[in-house]
Design a protein around this ligand. Structure first.
Ligand SMILES: CC(C)(COP(=O)(O)OP(=O)(O)OC[C@H]1O[C@@H](n2cnc3c(N)ncnc32)[C@H](O)[C@@H]1OP(=O)(O)O)[C@@H](O)C(=O)NCCC(=O)NCCS
Length: 154
């Protein structure tokens, strides 16, 4: 039985560890310039600042006490989109052995509920084009392509 709960300060090491594993697996294998050492150096300060912030959600999924996934989300407004509140899914990962069991779906459902409660009516997430599994997962959650980053060079 997987339990989803908001991270508290004592959960910071587990959140940083899961974020570091995501950097290594995702950006670290898909972008040669990705600084995979960033979570170890800066993660405690960054994620520590988000835990307890009203405009951010840091959730952990636990199975029998063991952390099996994380999600970091935010809500944002900007002056170019008056009246719009966007829920931004910034980072998520489910531990390798626990995938395809619905944990990611539960984390996203929790995020959508939180963001709606904060007034969000649009929800966004970005993924590497090469991360076909993540894109299929987000599509299964109802997300559809909206903007595309085109790259030339490094
Ligand atoms: C993407 C990720 C979070 C999905 O978590 P998960 O717990 O495995 O997802 P779920 O079990 O809730 O999957 C729900 C549905 O999404 C789709 N899906 C999930 N993973 C998929 C994959 N690798 N390939 C194709 N479809 C996939 C399926 O339709 C799945 O339903 P099904 O298992 O009944 O077929 C997880 O694979 C992960 O952590 N990947 C590595 C990190 C990563 O890429 N994070 C996202 C960065 S943008």
């Amino acid at each position: 039985m997987v339990d989803i709960a908001r991270a508290v300060p004592a959960d910071l090491p587990a959140l940083v560890e899961s974020a570091a594993a995501l950097f290594a697996e995702d950006g670290g294998t898909r972008d040669p310039y990705m600084d995979t050492g960033w979570p170890a150096r800066e993660g405690s300060e960054y994620y520590g600042g988000l835990i307890g912030s009203d405009s951010a959600l840091c959730s952990l999924a636990r199975d029998g006490g063991a952390v099996v996934g994380h999600l970091v989300g935010r809500v944002r407004k900007d002056e170019l989109h008056p009246g719009l509140v966007v829920g931004v899914l910034e980072s998520m990962r489910v531990a390798d052995g626990g995938r395809r069991g619905g944990v990611g779906t539960a984390l996203v459902a929790d995020f959508l509920g939180w963001a709606r409660g904060e007034g969000a009516t649009r929800f966004t997430v970005s993924a590497y084009a090469a991360n076909a599994g993540a894109i299929a997962f987000y599509r299964a959650q109802g997300f559809e392509p909206f903007e595309v980053v085109l790259r030339l060079g490094d």
